[in-house]
Ligand binder design. Sequence first.
Ligand code: FRU
Length: 485
Amino acid sequence: MSRDQQLRRKAYEEIELNKDIVEQDPYRLKYHLMPPVGLLNDPNGFIQWDGNYHLFYQWMPFKTGHGAKFWGHYVSKDLVTWKHEEIALTPSEWFEKNGCYSGSAIGHNDELHLFYTGNVKDKEGNRETYQCLAVSGDGVNFDKKGPVIELPVGYTSHFRDPKVWEQDGRYFMVVGAQTSDLKGAVALFASEDLIDWEHLGMLAGGGKPPLNDFGYMFECPDLFSLDETDVLVFSPQGLKPEGMEYQNVYQSGYVIGTFEPVSGVFMHGEFEELDRGFDFYAPQTTEDEQGRRILFAWMSVPDQNEQDHPTIGHKWLHNMTIPRELRLTGGKVVQLPVQELESLRLGEAIEHKVVLNYENVKLKEVSGKAVELLLDNIQVSEGWFSITIGGAARIVYSKKQNLFSLERKSYVDGTVEKRQCYLDDLNSLRIFIDTSSIEVFINNGEETFTARFYPVPDDESIQFESLRNTSFNIKKWNLGNIIGE
Ligand code: FRU
């Protein structure tokens, strides 16, 4: 039996062995993508190809920790119902023996091409990195072509996460990198045929303006255009907290500017975080056939108390965000739940017109584990307004300071921790609650807050509290499950 077959067999055995314990976890989500067992991290190879959306993911089947990653594979027609496909990649070959790390997908000549990082460590722990290609005619079985890019000079072996796209008849690739003087950077490559790649130089970072001193490593770069403006998304490591910003262990965000494909030069502005919550990292986007730019992110952050999540007792760890459509509004990337998610709604909405004045209330039939809340026409007078979910997560808007907060009971020690940002005003809130996760879309996606949280499992309460006057209209839907066959 080949090494690849052995690894597949072992992974499938691991799924079988742990199926019951995983499924019995009261914190298992209903409408988010999760690993069948073990640890899931970055979204990879996100593409709509040959009629299906494909979402691959970084997967460690054998433990709830990081290690020699596989590529797991989900397929969907509509971004709502997903089928778990055969394992796409196992770390079976010499050039990827310590992990088929993150990467992307592109269609070419009726074949699906995956580019990913082959991670290799020697006995002393020294790292080697290879940007590899695997090709498939059916979108399920992949033929590994091996490395197509070796490490160029000027970078350390922290060089990974190729994202490929086509532009003006050429192929381009961005790779997350660390320069030899230990600065985070994005490297740029070009190719005519997806096989021979030329290193065009550094696209962003590397200690140069306008980012200057901006951390020691950039992971998971993604360059695309929105409304004729170019957006570079990446996940920098090594930023220090500044006021309300950069509160997580590592960040994810974007710069906007203009990419000149002939020269390979990208002129851009300042970095902006994509999400203000606790758990959001390594986002990846694709443009679908309708021309929408859609994003998935990993709902966690590396090295951020990963081993303290209670789901570990049930042999699984982490999940994806819901798919979000990106738009550019006033020079800012906004995120909206993809429209298809409306089909998760079970039955008619529960609706209330609510006026609160120094009150703490529950609203009739507004509770549940897997729900969507839509609050609009929100008017908060001078005081503050809050929503507490399952007694373990709370969003608060203070009118006086124009300050929005997401608080949660820490799953490490039970103390209250928070993430915050300023708003010009609070008009609407769309909130997706799923058992142990929350995603808040403020003012039509102008800001988002994403987090895991762990209420007492049977606490499905949602509580509304206001100091002084608050009024809003609310709709609430129960949401269904997303995993099909
Ligand atoms: C980001 C990341 C990537 C790497 C992958 C390994 O979370 O560290 O840079 O390719 O995870 O699983």
